[in-house]
Design a binder for this molecule. Sequence first.
Ligand SMILES: *Cc1c(COP(=O)(O)O)cnc(C)c1O
Length: 429
Amino acid sequence: MRKQGKGTECVQAGYTPENGGPRQIPIIQSTTFKYDTSEHMGRLFDLEESGYFYTRLQNPTNDRVAAKICALEGGTAGMLTSSGQAANFYAVFNIANCGDHVVASSTIYGGTYNLFHVTMRKMGVDFTFVAPDCTEEELAAAFRPNTKAVFGETIANPALTVLDIEKFARAAHAHGVPLIVDNTFATPVNCRPIEWGADIVTHSTTKYMDGHGAAVGGAIVDGGKFDWFAHADKFPGLTTPDDSYHGVVYAEKFGKEGAFITKCTAQLMRDFGSIQAPQNAFLLNLGLESLHVRMPRHCENALAVAEFLKDHPKVSFVTYPGLAGDKYYDLARKYMPNGTCGVVSFGVRGGRAAAETFMKHLRLAAIETHVADARTCCLHPASATHRQMNDAELAAAGITASLVRLSCGLEDSADLLEDVSQALDKVEI
Ligand SMILES: *Cc1c(COP(=O)(O)O)cnc(C)c1O
């Protein structure tokens, strides 16, 4: 059968109502599920049979929405998490334990950088950060015998570097480990990392997928191609018995297609419980239904703003991977021929103070720690999301004190341009 278009998947994938059933995905607002016999429930606890028993691990509403995201990414299994942070933590911790090591792109989202560099280091997982545009040799040199994964973002938030997915996938696979790609900014409408060699895809669904600033959430999708048994010594968690589930061997019982997500659900959701509320999953699905209609408009508005800023005398630089001449334009054309994202970064001449003056005078664009909303919003990373970083770390993350991140919403581009223009007029240089 011909694979459905992404638009059809956005609208319809993941849930097919039965005859007389609700057209919209039902919100199963229940913590628990009832069974006729203890034996039946026992089989669920042993992972002998699939079914729901407690919403800390799984919920039908979540699973239908996860199935839609999985279809959109072209994966084999998916799950929702309570946040993007939880998704990235689970995706990495599912295969990297205390004593292990992960190679990550240095320009990743500040929250993920903190998670890796500070919190997961406390748990004994070590990280080496590499520039996204490093050479193949530099990338290879970052691996160690205990490396278990490679991590990067399709389009980094807020540095807007574009990951050369094929280069990172080649290096990961040459060292027998999977590539995990956070695809939050591109969304599967603009890029499907699995088609380029990524093994696991993560999302902060809080961003474009929800798209209306309504609910924090995350998702993990497995591409189902990584052969855990081919590198069994590296991934004992997937290839040897799990004593907490009567000795199930995930990669044996659930295959390449299902092992990663089943283990992640059975162990990490069970023990950490970062489940997405079914109510939030319902809201997320409303967003997904129009994702393919909204993304082109976000991109169109961002390109108009980027082109306006490029020639503005009070702007020192513009970073937008969809803008001709951008450092990442060619990579963006390759991986995202139909558009990148709605976020534009730029420098206001005059440094930190000028950036703050500009932001203060915006009328339509609101100052928020958020991106990828229907409403345009704006942030000064050096004084907000990235304020934990020193100047060297900021530079490595591709950020300067004058950098402003503007997330272009779905308003009319003429109104956005007018707003940006009048706010720049207030900056004195
Ligand atoms: C926002 C974001 C996250 C974190 O997601 P939350 O839903 O805020 O926890 C992770 N990665 C990227 C690229 C993000 O933009």
